[in-house]
Ligand binder design. Structure first.
Ligand code: GLV
Ligand code: MG
Length: 326
């Protein structure tokens, strides 16, 4: 696979629901196999106590090699570069299960150099172990002010970067936001959305460089309506998916980040109609009518986004385009 093929595969993976599983729990690693999440990420960072990290690495290698996650994007979250654990996390997991792993998630990324460091380490491990060089992607979590200021450089620091993820819990702590309820508005802030700038900055970096933008966790795991409300905001802006911490949040994420069936059908119709009318057979037109709607090149671009999300999510169209009788 060429680098550009790898980049194409990357941008097309569906990541509506990103299921967090602590690597310290073989039981939860097993249970994750049966859940309809688009991505599973096995954690060695904040969901795992320092003394449990060595065992978590081993559990994760065993789980990945045993298999059962092949219908999902398989990701491992390592510890961040300011700790003493990152290199050993990456070496043990990639040497042990590199062929059964799609991405490494790097938390608390602050500078592009931290992404480059992970890229270099991955390349060495791939070469030394006969793995395809460059196949394993990187998911970069933005969790503090420095990371957000550098988000553009972080997105382009390595062709391995596939997603930029918002880490709201660490982010709120790092900027001294006056709230302990992750995802909800801080008390005293009564205008707009306190997260808008952060979400938009991440989304702009992702869209500018063809990466996926992923929203982070919602900690009130029993409140599925609250989850949908907060997820609905980032989905409305254009985010591709969100973390899920509990099986109850998986369906909600899949629903909120999928296009609606009627929007998906409409997008496919626009693409077909536009293809037809711009062709010689259709009259080589630029702006044309689809029913009562005028469509042009800009409509095609918007339709492409919805169609790509729907196709990646495995949606089936329910309406076909029929060219007019000539
Ligand atoms: C996730 O890692 C977060 O800090 O929200
Ligand atoms: Mg975090």
């Amino acid at each position: 696979m060429t680098t550009s093929d790898q980049a194409t595969t990357r941008s097309l993976r569906s990541r509506r629901s990103n299921l967090a599983v602590p690597g310290s729990s073989p039981k939860m690693l097993e249970k994750a196999k049966g859940l309809p999440a688009d991505q599973v990420f096995m954690d060695i960072e904040d969901a795992v106590a320092p003394l449990a990290k060595p065992d978590a690495r081993k559990n994760i290698v065993a789980a990945l090699n045993e298999g059962g996650y092949e219908d999902k994007v398989r990701v491992v979250r390592v510890n961040d570069w300011t700790t003493q654990w990152t290199y050993a996390d990456v070496v043990e997991v990639v040497e042990g299960a590199g062929q059964n792993l799609d991405c490494i998630m790097l938390p608390k990324v602050q500078t592009p150099e931290q992404v480059v460091a992970l890229d270099l380490l991955l390349t060495q491990i791939e070469k030394a172990n006969g793995l395809e060089v460059g196949r394993i992607g990187i998911e970069a979590q933005i969790e503090n002010a420095l990371g957000l200021i550098n988000v553009d450089g972080i997105a382009t620091a390595s062709p391995r970067v596939e997603t930029i993820i918002f880490g709201p819990a660490d982010f709120m702590a790092s900027i001294n936001m006056k709230s302990l309820v992750v995802g909800e508005q801080p008390p005293g802030y009564d205008v707009g959305d306190a997260y808008h700038h952060i979400l938009m900055s991440i989304l702009m970096a992702a869209r500018a460089h063809d990466k996926q933008a992923i929203d982070g966790p919602y900690l009130q795991i029993k409140d599925v309506e609250g989850y949908k409300r907060v997820a609905g905001r980032s989905a409305a802006l254009g985010f591709d998916g969100k973390w899920v911490l509990h099986p109850g949040q998986v369906e909600a994420a899949n629903e909120v980040y999928s296009p609606r069936q009627e929007d998906y059908d409409h997008a496919e119709l626009i693409l077909d109609a536009y293809d037809y009318y711009t062709s010689a057979a259709g009259g080589a037109l630029g702006a044309v009518m689809l029913g009562d709607e005028m469509i042009d090149e800009a409509s095609r671009k918007m339709a492409l986004v919805i169609s790509a999300k729907g196709r990646a999510a495995g949606m089936q169209r329910t309406k076909a385009f029929t060219p007019p009788e000539s």
